[in-house]
Ligand binder design. Structure first.
Ligand code: SAM
Length: 375
């Protein structure tokens, strides 16, 4: 295919209310260097036009590695008996939150494994504590919970929620997540949007059994979900999992997925993920930033437990104190001709409802949101 040909396909994906599966698969199959450059250049231009040159920072605190699930790719799976488990107290979490705010970052991401015994009231206290004394948005990433818990945390002041679908292919989802259900995960995503959360999802690239078709389906899933945040990152094998012997996700395929996500969902905030910074021991986040990403998540988990949040090996930044990881992002931004944006970085449909992407889907979504806020 000529470069003109690939650009016409990218234009179609960008303009479509629902991109064509065949178009998406065609781009995912591109291997020619000039065509690949066209894909990344197109995504970078869409990124600049829709979210600008700023790189948003989200400070993440991994407050517990206890998990009830047995996801076949994840080092936190409950069958991993080699891993010492921890749970930070409210005071420890709030101390880490203060470090985030001291670094000038205005989004706190609270992430954990999916615990049976998650202290929902304790988490409410943490959210209230952040909102009482600090000027920061709160993003939760604690897995599948009941609508009542989601509602209580929203009322306490949580702003956003991340729940990756991991793969939008229900059959593959079932194989990779024993005992979990695709329907419940999508139910959670719907509940979160209805309750007025800025909602994030995403997928992993390189999972055993994944096909180009299922990856193309992920992009359509993101488009359908009208997510405010979308994270696409490479699978990295962990020795204490059933997928230990599998190869890591392919860098080029992950970059194509990030680019397509940006092209199909221009307004989404898309991270250059920590897994992207850890693939094969190299920091590939600059490539993600050039292929459509606009967010980086420096780690503020206390040093005493950081290595125990062992979802995959070789996590980038594991040794860096938080100030240094922020400085590292500043250097990365400067090298890319970008700048670090210390704003809250809310969903663009809230901060610029009439600007940027004028998706016909935006209006009904905002109506849902208004309805949810009245509840
Ligand atoms: N329990 C929460 C949930 O289900 O959303 C959040 C914690 S979970 C450990 C956070 C993310 O880690 C997952 O969404 C998954 O994409 C990522 N992850 C887990 N194992 C991974 C691996 N081996 N390689 C890359 N990412 C992985």
């Amino acid at each position: 295919m000529t470069n003109r040909g690939i650009e016409a396909v990218l234009e179609r994906i960008h303009g479509a209310e629902m991109p064509d599966l065949a178009d998406l698969m065609l781009v995912l199959r591109v291997t020619d260097r000039a065509e690949l450059e066209s894909v990344f250049r197109f995504a970078d231009a869409v990124r600049r036009e829709s979210v600008g040159d700023g790189i948003l920072l989200r400070g993440i605190i991994e407050f517990s590695n206890v998990c009830r699930n047995t996801c076949r790719y994840c080092g936190l799976n409950r069958r991993n008996t080699h891993l010492a488990r921890y749970r930070l107290t409210c005071d420890e979490i709030l101390a880490a939150v203060e470090n985030i705010c001291r670094a000038g970052i205005k989004t706190v991401v609270l992430q954990s494994g999916e615990e049976d015994n998650l202290d929902a009231d304790g988490l409410t206290e943490v959210i209230e504590g952040v909102r009482r004394s600090l000027d920061a948005a709160v993003t939760l990433c604690v897995g599948e919970r009941s609508r009542e818990e989601y509602r209580a945390w929203k009322r306490a002041g949580a702003d956003r929620y991340l729940l990756k679908i991991e793969t939008s292919d229900p059959g593959l989802y079932g194989e990779l997540h024993p005992g979990m259900s695709f329907e419940n995960r999508t139910r959670c995503l719907e509940d979160l949007a209805e309750l007025g959360y800025q909602t994030g999802s995403g997928s992993l690239v390189g999972l055993k059994g994944q096909t180009v078709e299922s990856l193309a389906g992920d992009i359509r899933f993101f488009k359908r979900g009208r997510f405010d945040m979308i994270s696409v990152s490479p699978f990295i094998p962990h020795v204490q999992t059933p997928l230990a012997g599998e190869p890591a996700g392919d860098l080029r395929m992950t970059l194509k997925m990030i680019a397509l996500t940006r092209i199909a969902c221009p307004q989404a905030h898309i991270p250059a993920s920590t897994a992207m910074g850890s693939l094969h021991g190299r920091d590939e986040r600059p490539k993600a930033l050039s292929a459509g990403a606009n967010v980086i998540m420096p780690n503020f988990t206390p040093n005493s437990v950081r290595r125990l949040y062992d979802i995959y090996p070789g996590k980038t930044g594991s040794d860096l104190p938080p100030e240094q990881s922020v400085a590292a992002v500043e250097r990365m931004a400067a090298a890319a001709g970008r700048w670090v944006d210390f704003a809250r970085g809310d969903a663009l449909r809230l901060t610029r409802p009439s600007g940027g992407d004028s998706s016909p889907l935006a209006a009904p979504y905002d109506a849902d949101l208004a309805e949810a806020r009245r509840n």
